[in-house]
Design a protein around this ligand. Structure first.
Ligand code: SF4
Length: 274
């Protein structure tokens, strides 16, 4: 990232960050900043709300309206903020454990409401900060400190979960496909409604070590070799898809009313006595 972007969007007093060498969190946070810059948004018009976990530290490093909140509770706080000031662009920074485990109920209901938030879920496939326990996004069979013989649970297909819950923009990117990731986040911010972007990331220190992934560069190569552009994915057979995942815009619906707009109409109706 250029020095100009760092000086403009990061809080100098909070750097250097605490993320491990080779972690994907910096790539995703950089992509969020570049997407905001690409959209030409004023810093005062953006809020970054996070929960708890490695990725949620990002809100402290970024120089916008920010709040590092409670574990799994970024979405209700972000929803309240958006209701109070619908003009704000509210971006939620969350990890896979934060969003899909303790915050899972908030996730499905925020999606159901189609409230205009942009959720960027850093998916490192594990609870990194708290000691490498498996999360609802840890792949079946993968190792974690709480699954030393392999995870017997199946991971969520999180894009399908949020789509079924009512999200109107769903995308998936990786920390290898960085230009596409910037574009995806920018599209999510521009979309009027609940946007969810899963980012397949690398946690070389916890998930990578326990699963012998071979270090940060090898983990990026894994993303390159397993992420398939949506257009190509749509033409693949079930055998060709095995073990891989689609990336890009997975779902978009521009015809469903956004929540704060619907609520505003309700207020006007109530004030008019109807
Ligand atoms: Fe990144 Fe994993 Fe280290 Fe957390 S534990 S900062 S996710 S490498």
């Amino acid at each position: 990232m250029s020095e100009a972007l760092i000086n403009k969007y990061f809080r100098p007093g909070r750097l250097p960050h605490i993320w491990c060498p080779g972690c994907g969190n910096g790539i995703i946070t950089g992509a969020i900043v570049k997407a905001i810059d690409k959209q030409g948004l004023a810093k005062d018009d953006v809020a970054i709300i996070s929960g708890i976990g490695c990725s949620s530290r990002a809100s402290g490093y970024l120089d916008f309206n920010t709040a590092n909140t409670l574990h799994g509770r970024a979405l209700p706080i972000a929803s309240g903020l958006k209701m109070g000031n619908p003009k704000l662009h509210v971006i939620v920074v969350t990890g896979d454990g934060d969003a899909s485990a303790i915050g899972g109920n908030h996730l499905i209901h925020a999606a159901r409401r189609n409230i205009d938030l942009t959720v960027v879920m850093y998916n490192n496939s594990i609870y990194g900060m708290t000691g490498g326990q498996y999360s609802p996004m840890t792949p079946h069979g993968a190792k974690a400190t709480t699954a030393p013989y392999g995870n017997v649970e199946r991971a969520f297909d999180i894009p399908e979960l949020v789509k079924a819950s009512g999200a109107t923009f769903v995308g998936r990117g990786t920390t290898f496909h960085t230009l596409q990731l910037i574009d995806l986040i920018a599209q999510g911010i521009a979309h009027k409604g609940f946007s969810f972007i899963e980012v397949v990331s690398a946690c070389p220190i916890s998930f990578g070590r326990q699963n012998k992934m071979g270090g940060p560069a090898k983990m990026l190569e894994w993303q390159r070799d397993h992420g398939v552009m949506k257009a190509a994915w749509d033409k693949m057979t079930a055998e060709q898809r095995a073990g891989k995942f689609p990336i890009g815009v997975l779902y978009e619906d521009n015809n469903t009313q956004e929540y704060t707009e619907a609520y505003d109409e309700l207020i006007k109706r109530a004030q008019g006595g109807k």
